[in-house]
Ligand binder design. Sequence first.
Ligand SMILES: Cc1ncc(COP(=O)(O)O)c(C=O)c1O
Length: 386
Amino acid sequence: MFPVDRFQDIQTPFYYYDVDLLKKTINIIKQESQRYENFVVHYAVKANANPKILRIVCKSGLGADCVSGGEIQACLDAGFSPNKIVYAGVGKSDWEINLALTAGIFCFNVESVAELEVINTLAQARNVTANVCFRINPDINAHTHANITTGLAENKFGIAMSEMEDAIAKANTMSNINFIGLHFHIGSQILNMNDYEQLCYRINDLQDTLESRGIKIQELNVGGGLGVDYESPNENPLPDFKAYFATYNRNLKLCKGQRVHFELGRAVVAQMGTLISRTLYIKQGMYKQFAILDAGMTDLIRPALYQARHKIENICNNAPEEVYDVVGPICESSDVFGKEIHINKLHRGDLVAIRSAGAYGEVMASQYNCRKLPIGYTSEELQKCE
Ligand SMILES: Cc1ncc(COP(=O)(O)O)c(C=O)c1O
């Protein structure tokens, strides 16, 4: 399944991106979302901002969800039309807002009244009007890791529900703000459809309240969050997009002409990416056997940051399995990819695949310990070099 011979010539660690799987995933997203004429899908760039990946996503016709000026610039460079870009983030600085205003993005997802005032002032100075959705904190407890819930009252994101009406009233008095809708995002790696259902109920209630005050909402943005199967990427390379979109269609009460925006990141790119690493040493500790790789938490931080578990495979041989703690070379005890992992016996030099690493992998890499950043290669470019 991997071009292992080709990998032998490439400096490890590196990311390998399976373009066929990416395109297949995007096609299914389009097929399942287009069952509902008012659904619009944006790719959450934070999951993977590699320019080669952005260009493929852009060509597919999806929009983009950005959380920084850098991401907006990366999308413009990749060819995204500004009117397909939405922009969230609790701390937008002036240069980032100015970049978004100059480019003419579709919408700012605004996270506080203070931010709204700054956008209005900067828009005034440019003599433009900014489309604005308010990101509302729906206080919903998604079933996922605590570090990746975002929709709880205690999280820093969004405007409290109790502040929503005042914020809208204020927006409607501002000369250079065009209030168009509401935005939500409850967290990431969410597999339980019930969490999305709860969000729909919350949105329905909020809409009822606003409607009773005569306030119309044109755009609803429900964020992203759909999770992937990290345990069995071969058996389940494609997330359940059908159930995901159907859940929103079944449970959201929509008004005529209202559009629903989605911001999917992980579900688009996680399974198409693999971190390829080389085994440096096998070391027998006092109680454990360690497989020490040349990839570390600087290349893929999810296990250290979220206790995430990725499937780890020896892609060089099928020898009987042994049990290892698979670790990296970084000077941190948290630099561990997995404990007591069963893998075909590893030898120095064997290539190891850390699967489902296309999302929040390369994009979160750092140069801690003065290391080199890992390079991301697509299957297409490796084929071309053969
Ligand atoms: C505002 C917003 N939208 C979308 C996403 C993408 O989430 P996911 O990759 O889980 O689909 C995130 C991720 O944290 C986010 O903060």
